[in-house]
Ligand binder design. Structure first.
Ligand SMILES: [Zn+2]
Length: 203
């Protein structure tokens, strides 16, 4: 898929990054995720992912208070995420409309299927946690790591966690970095290490 002139203009900032480039931008445009999110973390992640050119297809769960932000107005809280994003995404990026890709982007708790990439937004006490898995990562270890986490934080911590989750997803789509991992977001701007829990098969 070759980039059109208006796409080169739209994505010029990320195309200029050595790790993205024109080829990388084509990968972001070819990718897509199913989104399961009702709050600040997931909706923020969806906004960044869509702005980068990757398709986002939201599920039907109603948006919860705190979801308002880039994509959601205060009046839209309580409406199904799928309906709100179907209205909002064409304005953010008409390249990012649903219909392609096998990725999953979800606030925990969530179910996981398909090849990936998978990005989970969760929480661990006061800390937000992103757990991620590319197609080559072990699904059992991913699920073991997410199983001990709760939902993602709300408010500013959730917004930051969502932005981090979008970046992690884009790195997986670009084929950068490890195929399995986790990182914590302890307070805005403070990344912490989170260990991956091993599944029964990996020991
Ligand atoms: Zn494993």
């Amino acid at each position: 898929m070759a980039l059109r002139e208006e796409q080169i203009l739209r994505y010029s900032r990320q195309i200029l990054l050595r790790e993205v480039g024109g080829r990388g931008q084509e990968k972001l445009l070819a990718g897509g995720v199913r989104l399961k999110a009702t709050g600040a973390a997931g909706l923020t992640a969806a906004a960044y992912v869509a702005a980068g050119g990757t398709a986002v297809e939201a599920g039907p769960d109603p948006l919860t208070p705190g979801a308002e932000g880039f994509l959601v107005s205060a009046e839209e809280v309580g409406q199904p995420a799928s309906e709100v994003l179907a209205r909002a995404l064409p304005d953010v990026n008409a390249d990012a409309l649903p219909g392609r890709g096998a990725g999953r982007l979800a606030e925990l708790p969530a179910e996981w299927d398909g090849e990936g990439p998978w990005v989970a937004l969760g929480g661990d006490g006061a800390r937000g946690v992103v757990v991620f898995r590319g197609a080559a990562g072990c699904a059992g270890c991913f699920e073991a790591t997410t199983a001990v986490l709760g939902p993602p934080p709300s408010g500013a911590l959730g917004v930051g966690l969502g932005a981090l989750g979008a970046l992690v997803l884009q790195r997986l789509l670009l084929g950068l970095g490890p195929a399995l991992g986790a990182c914590g977001w302890a307070s805005p701007g403070v990344l912490t290490d989170v260990g991956v829990r091993r599944c029964g098969r990996c020991g």
